[in-house]
Design a protein around this ligand. Structure first.
Ligand code: GRG
Length: 365
């Protein structure tokens, strides 16, 4: 099989540049409207705000003060009479942006701040649920497993999961399951992809139905996503991309097999994707940085460092080269102190998820 990868040569960052990342992200979060106009593509602005505020929240204890009122006011301008929420004012509502807006509101503990009518928004989500259990993204009718997760995740955060037939919804998710590799594709019969595997496992976790998959087979396929550079791709023969430090690692965490990848090599890859001048992370070392990759670089580090510092059975493998300029034990400890714990299902801080009553299922070996 063809392996495509990147070279890890030259002087690449080896430390977490925390304050630079906070500075980079604050440009997006402060006075959000004007800066988002310039720096974000408008049609996905709501998700941009979710990526930025979640990343800030992971690093910054002052998160609540940063732009809260402006961001909540902006969300209010995107709420439609049918309860759906759009990416930006004047755009049509869509399930993905409804999910992002709900995630932001829950993070700010603002669900009951009269920004949305919870019943109406739950009914909007239900209106996109089809009789076969699948979800459309909007009234135009595209169906994708991402929308199943956005629907289930949104309703769970709203406390309205009983609005839909959850078993039927999960039966549709299982139609997208590929018995050959244990993964999931975007629709029944589609190729397995790490992003869609995350959406499926997160849905199964919320529904408590993770026992319907072959976790060893899937864990093997996910671990195979790691390339010699240490980075992860989303499917075979593709280049590594930092965002898979979320889609792959969150999936492995949900099924209790995070330790099946080489975390030290991945740490080197993640740190190498930082921009030492501007802050922020890019998809690969040396590439342009953006809030999407910055969030998923930080969430990958959060999953790895918190497991490492919490699990007494974890130790640095003896075959690891200790002459590569990395003090792994100290790095993991310091990263876990600097980045808060992320929840692998919702991609929101664990402390926020602890405030909800949502019960999640995880597998273990
Ligand atoms: C709450 C974190 C969170 C997500 C909400 C939108 C969504 C639900 C999930 C998206 C899952 C997904 C499909 C991720 C993949 C993103 C990505 C890098 C797509 C690029 O696809 P290709 O085919 O990439 O260009 P490869 O790497 O296969 O070449």
């Amino acid at each position: 099989m063809l392996t495509r990868d990147v070279e890890m040569t030259g002087s690449l960052p080896k430390e977490l540049l925390l304050s630079k990342h906070i500075h980079f992200l604050r440009k997006y979060a402060d006075n959000s409207n004007e800066n988002y106009e310039q720096l974000m593509v408008e049609y996905l602005r709501m998700s941009g705000i979710y990526w930025t505020t979640t990343a800030l929240q992971l690093m910054d204890s002052d998160f609540d003060k940063a732009g809260r009122a402006d961001i909540l006011a902006m969300i209010k301008t995107c709420v439609h009479p049918n309860g759906g929420i759009s990416a930006a004012k004047g755009h049509d509502p869509h399930l993905l942006y409804t999910f992002s807006a709900i995630q932001i509101m829950v993070s700010y503990d603002a669900l009951n701040d009269q920004i949305i009518d919870i019943d109406k928004t739950a009914q909007y989500i239900r209106s996109l649920h089809k009789s076969d259990g699948s979800f459309m993204g909007d009234s135009w009718g595209e169906v994708d497993i991402r929308f199943s997760f956005a629907g289930i995740g949104s309703l769970a955060l709203l406390g309205r999961l009983d609005t839909i037939d959850l078993d039927k919804t999960i039966d549709y998710v299982m139609l997208c399951y590929n018995t050959i590799d244990g993964g999931f594709g975007s629709r029944p019969g589609s190729e397995s992809h790490a992003g869609l595997i995350y959406c499926s496992l997160a849905s199964l976790s919320i529904a408590g139905q993770l026992d319907r998959i072959d976790a060893d087979l899937l864990g093997w396929w996910l671990a195979e996503r790691q390339l010699p550079s240490g980075g992860l791709n989303g499917r075979p023969e593709k280049l590594p991309d930092l965002c898979y430090s979320w889609w792959v690692l969150a999936s492995l965490t949900i099924i209790g097999r995070l330790h099946w990848i080489d975390k030290h090599k991945l740490l080197r890859f993640i740190l190498a994707t930082q921009d030492e001048e501007t802050g922020g992370f890019g998809d690969r070392p040396g590439n342009m940085v953006d809030p999407f990759h910055t969030l998923f670089g930080l969430t990958g580090l959060s999953l790895l460092s918190h497991q490492y510092s919490c699990d007494p059975n974890e130790s640095i493998p003896v075959d690891h080269n200790t002459d590569d300029g990395f003090d792994y034990a100290n790095q993991w400890k310091s990263i876990s102190e600097k980045i808060k714990q992320i929840n692998p299902v919702f991609c929101m801080t664990q402390s926020v998820i602890n405030r909800t009553n949502i019960k999640l299922q995880y597998l273990s070996l």
